[in-house]
Design a protein around this ligand. Structure first.
Ligand SMILES: [Zn+2]
Length: 375
């Protein structure tokens, strides 16, 4: 990684890192366009943003994915553990069968950590065309449906060749692409020297395919969820309820216009019900908010909680999208789906967390004020 002037960040694909004055990495990320991504961190004033920025350019999204994983493993930057629980990282593992299958899961014995399971899956699927492996414990005697997709090597592959496929995949994900390609080049030369030209040509095609896949694979894709947020002037409201054993419970509403907080639109609600029941309190706050016909309706409401809170909000706000963020696992319930924040594009996940934190901060500050008045 090389240090860059924060005002002269190049628009390249690769990995970037913010560090503190001591040189400790605070956050490591990857992007198709590093300049754009860093700018968005700066605009949103992410906590880890500093002027100590290092980058490493990569030729492809695939290689950026691998480097990001290696650097996170080595440095464990404080803010990458944004999602707090390390267990949520993804790893590439193989089963213990004679003909092992490859799995993406949270077992740390494997290769990783990878931040997003979907990205790792895309990278693995891309490589699988050159290094096919089995889908099931026992391959049927005839071709299976994965055989027809060129993702499965079929029933006749030798154990040696099968293991070579698995080992090559692991080597590439360990950042050893060069040595994998070199071993295939040597194999190709051996065949040529023995005048086994057809075999040599097959190996050559394999080398070309590996290079092409690694270079072209689209790993970092934006989800249609993100599309929803791309519109700059969307009004997003987030709610938080704060209470101490039900005394002086308060509700807070923060408003974001696009990605920016609109502090002048924040509102506070003293909750009249004294029951320490989060769902009932949220209902009261939302009902009172909706009575204000003079406030424009939001495109999205973000609430703290799980399905119970989501259902209450959906009932009250028929034409408005609602997302609920469950604290413990950082799961987002949205559009009838449950997604982990980690699986969403970084930008969007950060935005959601920023809004959630802001609502929480605002609710607590108001709560303290109320308590002080009484004390
Ligand atoms: Zn098959």
């Amino acid at each position: 990684m090389k240090k860059v002037n924060p005002l002269k960040i190049p628009s390249v694909c690769g990995v970037y890192a913010f560090s503190n004055k001591k040189g400790e990495y605070l956050y490591i990320g990857k992007a198709k366009n590093i300049k754009k991504r860093i700018k968005s961190h700066q605009t949103r004033k992410n906590l880890f943003v500093t002027d100590n920025i290092k980058i490493e350019e990569k030729d492809s999204e695939f290689e950026a994915l691998i480097l990001e994983s290696q650097l996170i493993k080595k440095y464990r930057p404080k803010h990458n553990v944004l999602w707090k629980d390390d267990k949520e990282y993804f790893y590439l593992n193989k089963t213990k069968n004679k003909y092992p299958r490859l799995l993406i899961n949270h077992d740390k014995k494997g290769l990783g950590p990878f931040v997003k399971g979907k990205e790792l899956k895309k990278a693995l699927e891309a490589l699988r065309y050159v290094f096919p492996f089995y889908q099931y414990k026992k391959h049927p005697q005839k071709k299976c449906s994965f055989c027809y997709l060129n993702l499965c090597p079929g029933p006749d592959i030798s154990l040696k060749e099968y293991q070579k496929n698995i080992n090559s995949i692991f080597a590439i994900f360990s950042g050893k692409k060069k040595s994998v390609l070199n071993s295939f080049r040597k194999e190709m030369q051996r065949y040529s020297l023995n005048k086994e030209y057809e075999k040599a040509a097959l190996v050559r095609d394999k080398i070309l395919a590996i290079e092409k896949i690694i270079f072209e694979a689209k790993i970092m894709q934006k989800s249609s969820l993100e599309k929803f947020f791309r519109i700059k002037e969307k009004r997003i409201e987030a709610y938080d309820v704060s209470n101490l054993q039900g005394e002086k419970a308060t509700g807070a509403m923060v408003v974001f216009l696009g990605r920016k907080s609109a502090k002048h639109l924040y509102r506070k609600f003293k909750i009249s019900s004294n029951k320490p029941n989060d769902t009932a309190m949220l209902k009261e706050v939302l009902l009172r908010r909706l009575q204000h016909k003079e406030w424009p309706l939001p495109e999205l409401i973000l609430i703290d909680g799980g399905k119970a809170q989501l259902n209450i909000a959906l009932k009250l706000t028929k034409d408005i999208k609602v997302a609920a963020l469950a604290k413990k696992k950082n799961e987002l319930f949205f559009n009838g789906q449950k997604v982990f924040l980690k699986d969403l594009p970084d930008d969007f996940a950060h935005l959601i967390l920023n809004i959630r934190d802001e609502a929480h901060r605002f609710a607590i500050s108001y709560h303290k004020k109320l308590r002080n008045k009484i004390d």
